[in-house]
Design a protein around this ligand. Structure first.
Ligand SMILES: [Zn+2]
Length: 140
């Protein structure tokens, strides 16, 4: 994934985190960093596909949780853009979270750098291997 695409994906994830926690709204492609980067019709930019299209092999977020969210807003709440979680509606929260998790699933796998140190302690032979955990601390 190109760096600029990753930046856009992360921005889009941020947007949905805000939708989920109620501090932001979904204005469709108007406030989607991926839609801004890629062509709105084809979801392609110079031969590179939007990571969503790459995943679904379809355009315009077809086949993603976004469509369910949009239908819920349109038909159950009779809302139009911008969408936001409707007060007291659990379905809104569930659907927004699904979209957020879907976007997060598109993030490239990040390889963790693990440092290992081998200690020779007492004789005759006592091998101690320690590694740095996710918390950045040395663990045995
Ligand atoms: Zn709702």
């Amino acid at each position: 994934m190109k760096k600029a695409t990753l930046v856009a994906l992360k921005k889009s994830i941020k947007k949905w985190e805000k939708v989920v926690d109620g501090s932001g709204e979904d204005d469709g492609s108007e406030n989607c960093a991926l839609c801004k980067r890629f062509d709105a019709e084809t979801c392609v930019l110079y031969g590179e596909q939007c990571p969503i299209r790459k995943k679904t092999r379809r355009k315009g977020c077809a086949g993603t949780p976004f469509i369910t969210w949009q239908n819920h807003q349109d038909y159950d709440h009779e809302e139009s853009f911008p969408y936001a979680i409707q007060l007291g509606c659990k379905k809104c929260v569930v659907l927004a979270k699904k979209e957020l998790n879907f976007l997060k699933s598109l993030l490239p796998f990040k390889r963790k750098r693990i440092e290992v140190r081998v200690f020779h302690q007492k004789e005759p032979f006592d091998l101690v291997i320690k590694f740095i955990g996710e918390d950045g601390k040395w663990n045995s």
